[in-house]
Design a protein around this ligand. Structure first.
Ligand SMILES: Nc1ncnc2c1ncn2[C@@H]1O[C@H](COP(=O)(O)OP(=O)(O)O)[C@@H](O)[C@H]1O
Ligand SMILES: [Mg+2]
Length: 179
């Protein structure tokens, strides 16, 4: 039976942590587990081809953060930036703001700067599709996650410049932890 859980894989050529996501359910579980470790100030940079699952993963992350089921979580590819309200978190006792952006159509770092996403890290968790090329313009220190289409499902490669952040993420998505 195809796994419902993310499955650890050997690291990729760049030494990034890799997970197999054989089913959509495994992607949902990855998103929900990431919700345990992301809070105000964090930056999640999502990479991967069109239809790799970046918005799908963000939706699961948002549900894990407490965004109500009746709130539709859609691709911000037209509006560029969407915002959601999650449940209270350690750093946001009144409810966590989640800013979800898609930079596919962005021209350069100056355009990205003008969106003000870097400033939003003061009061929100910032999730950015097609954001890995703009890490510095977004304030640095992001968690990078690349989704790759595989024969069966997807795989995810993870990297963070801050070792402590990566360690927290690895623990949260590690196998043996219930979803
Ligand atoms: N592990 C998986 N196996 C198969 N399909 C998946 C998996 N994870 C996500 N998907 C599918 O990928 C599709 C495209 O996702 P989407 O989030 O729109 O892509 P992107 O935002 O990267 O362009 C979704 O409809 C979802 O069903
Ligand atoms: Mg998308």
């Amino acid at each position: 039976m195809a796994s419902l859980d993310p499955v650890p894989l050997p690291p990729d050529r760049e030494g990034r942590l890799r997970l197999g996501l054989p089913t959509r359910r495994a992607t949902v579980r990855l998103g929900r587990r990431l919700a345990r470790v992301l809070d105000v100030g964090d930056l999640l940079l999502l990479a991967g081809d069109l239809a790799a699952g970046k918005t799908f993963l963000t939706r699961a992350l948002c549900r894990g953060l407490g965004v109500a089921d009746q709130v539709r979580i859609t691709s911000p590819s037209f509006a560029l930036v969407h915002e959601y309200s999650g449940a209270p978190s350690a750093a946001a006792p009144a409810g966590l703001a989640i800013v979800h952006a898609d930079l596919y159509r962005m021209g350069d770092a100056a355009d990205v700067t003008s969106l003000g996403l870097r400033e939003r890290r003061a009061d929100a968790l910032v999730v950015v599709e097609w954001g890995t090329g703009y890490a510095e313009a977004l304030g640095g220190g992001g968690l990078e996650l690349e989704l790759v289409v595989e024969d069966a499902g997807r795989s995810a490669s993870l990297w963070a410049s801050q070792a402590d952040q990566l360690a927290r993420v690895v623990e949260a998505i590690g196998l043996g932890i219930g979803s």
